[in-house]
Design a protein around this ligand. Structure first.
Ligand code: HPA
Length: 273
């Protein structure tokens, strides 16, 4: 059994001593989407490297900062610098940002990510709201992690995605005239991209996008009582669906290309939440 409260007590205490306000909404920024933190009024930024026990984010495009920011009267905690399985971390370390968000007072969380498009109607640059997840890759580990949290909260029912947040995001897309796909996100742990055969299987099992984050964060968030939603930036055709070789550079380039509509969508969603 993993006791997140005990393991990350000092981490949370160190942050709590420095925070300018209690945040209400947490936004986790995905690969290449880190610029968002500069587009809102940030009051305080804490480098995660300065925090005891906080896992070090090593990925290009994932600087490790917790930003305390305002947007339209909403108090935000922006997590820049996700923790991934493919960096060698375990599940309990990957969900530390969610644990911290909850301990600081957040009640809602929007998880953003870069993902490969499995649905052949999708193109790189599309934005997708998750309607559900396939988390088969981590289900057994999850039990070990959320067992204690679920006992404490008396909650073993995964309530994802939050209908309320999803409706706000759909309304935001309509108001901003942004095409918003809706689909199922499939988690792979990485570090390598999928094989074309794996993508065929993922498509047959009903998923529309594939990525290496978010699902466990949303499951954990839901267990500890946060309302969660996920927005994917489809950065590439998934393996085997185009002749182009997959690369992290392509992921970053596409995220860069759509960062304006991503920013408008997230900002409007926050306003409507
Ligand atoms: N597969 C897995 N993760 C990803 C992809 C992909 O094609 N693109 C961006 N993140």
């Amino acid at each position: 059994m993993i006791n997140m409260n005990a393991i990350y007590k000092e981490t949370v205490e160190t942050i709590t001593k420095q925070i300018p306000f209690e945040p209400e909404i947490c936004i986790v920024l995905g690969s290449g989407l880190g610029d968002f933190a500069e587009k809102v009024e940030t009051v305080k930024s804490i480098a995660t490297a300065s925090l005891p026990n906080y896992p070090v984010s090593t990925v290009q495009g994932h600087q490790g900062f917790l930003h305390f920011s305002h947007y339209k009267n909403k108090k935000l905690l922006i997590v820049q610098g996700r923790i991934h399985f493919y960096e060698g971390y375990g599940l309990s370390q990957c969900v530390v940002p969610v644990h911290v968000a909850s301990k600081l007072g957040c009640k809602k969380i929007i998880l953003t990510n870069a993902a490969g498009g499995v649905n052949t109607n999708y193109s790189p640059g599309d934005l997708m709201l998750a309607t559900s997840f396939n988390g088969t890759a981590i289900k057994s580990e999850l039990t070990e992690l959320i067992g204690l949290a679920a006992l404490e909260q008396r909650n073993t029912f995964l309530d994802f995605p939050s209908k309320e947040i999803n409706l706000a995001i759909i309304k935001a897309a309509l108001e901003e005239k942004i095409l918003l796909r809706e689909g199922v996100y499939w988690l792979t742990k990485g570090p390598s991209y999928e094989t074309p055969a794996e993508i065929k299987m993922i498509a047959r099992y009903g998923s529309d996008a594939v990525g290496m984050s978010t699902v466990h964060e949303a499951f954990y968030a839901s267990t500890i009582g946060l309302k969660a939603a996920s927005i994917s930036c489809i950065t590439n055709f998934a393996a085997g669906l185009s002749d182009q070789k997959l690369s992290h550079t392509e992921v970053m380039d596409t995220a860069e290309r759509v960062k304006n509509s991503f920013e408008r969508l997230v900002k409007k969603s926050i306003e409507l939440m």
